[in-house]
Design a protein around this ligand. Structure first.
Ligand code: AMP
Ligand code: MN
Ligand code: MN
Length: 321
């Protein structure tokens, strides 16, 4: 991100009246936080803003201001379309299919494909909300309490509560500034990251009951039957991968989640020194070195076999499970 890009962004915004902000499917805290944080900020500048997430806002982020205004489809005509926290255009689903290339892409994934007219990509940012915070500082956009809450949520969730290795003193200074603007960090942390539904923890139980460990690689899977038994309503892993990543003396963990559309959602997490984004990109996905994902067509068993083989290879190991 250079000063020319920030200026370009500022002039695009100042010329636009009707703006659309979009983020990725299966939205996480950074997707929702950057969507709402940027959108509400632009509204305070007097813009008309619409918010779109193809999958809607997950329950754990529904307390954020503006969450009830997020649509699942794009409707109407816009002067400026901004996509946030999405490494490629497929990540937002099919909501823009009739609209063509977006105007602005704001993101922090090293695997970003620069799919918009203006691409503001900073891969050392802990979260996309950090880039939005920097845009606000440079362009003197206001950070109200609802904006601060949205931005702090993105910062907390993508850094796993300031635990990831890319967390810097500056990350904490931004968080401190957002707290000084009135955001209640403990409350935001509890709602977005700590609290789980009973069904989600029961769903973890299904996955944990068949967890495997081999040569510092840990994995498990969640099939549609597990989801039914646990009465879990989401189609994600309920964050089980972040439970697996806590197991001592392991390098990489993988969770496979069977989907109803004939694909498998795969999530990788790794310790420093391993790059799971490069494995995910082999399967059409993406992400960061320590955290990556992909949606892979095929049945659970076959996808699991292929992914584990590629993962072992990248770890410099081979052998069958
Ligand atoms: P997840 O495993 O879904 O929590 O995602 C971990 C990281 O990988 C996040 O930064 C995601 O944005 C990214 N990611 C997940 N799935 C995909 C995908 N299909 N394509 C590109 N990036 C992905
Ligand atoms: Mn995200
Ligand atoms: Mn992010």
């Amino acid at each position: 991100m250079n000063s020319e890009q920030i200026e370009d962004f500022g002039s695009l915004v100042s010329r636009a009246e009707r703006l659309l902000v979009i983020s990725h499917i299966r939205p996480d805290g950074d997707a929702v936080g950057s969507l709402l944080g940027l959108g509400l900020m632009l509204e305070e500048l007097g813009k008309e803003v619409n918010f779109v997430l193809e999958d809607g806002v997950p329950l754990v982020f529904c307390h954020l201001t503006g969450a009830d205004r997020v649509s699942r489809k794009v409707d109407g005509i816009y002067d400026l379309i901004i996509v946030v926290d999405s490494s490629d255009i497929e990540r937002i689903g099919s909501v823009l299919d009739e609209y063509g290339e977006p105007d602005v892409n704001i993101d922090h994934h090293p695997t970003n494909t620069h799919f918009a007219r203006l691409n503001i990509v900073k891969d050392d940012a802990v979260a996309t909300v950090e880039i939005i915070y920097d845009l606000a500082l440079t362009l003197s956009y206001p950070i109200s309490l609802p904006v601060a809450e949205a931005l702090l949520t993105g910062l907390l969730t993508d850094s796993l509560g300031f635990r990831t290795s890319n967390t810097t003193p500056r990350t904490l200074r931004i968080a401190a500034d957002l707290m000084e603007k009135g955001a209640n960090m403990q409350e935001l942390y509890r709602k977005a990251m700590l609290e789980k539904s009973f069904e989600a923890v029961r769903y973890w139980g299904q996955g944990l009951s068949r967890i495997k460990l081999q040569d510092r690689l840990v994995w498990t899977s969640l099939n549609l039957e597990d989801r039914r038994i646990a009465e879990y309503s989401g189609r994600d892993d309920a964050d089980l991968v972040n439970v697996l990543s806590r197991i001592r003396d392991t390098d990489i963990c993988v969770v496979f989640v069977e989907q109803t559309d004939g694909t498998v959602k795969v999530s990788w997490r790794s310790q420093p020194g391993f790059d799971v984004a490069s494995i995910a990109t082999q399967f059409g996905g993406g992400g960061h070195k320590p955290a990556a994902g992909a949606e892979i067509r095929g049945d659970l068993e076959r996808v699991q076999e292929e992914v584990l083989e590629a993962t072992r290879k990248s770890m410099g190991r081979s052998g069958k499970s």
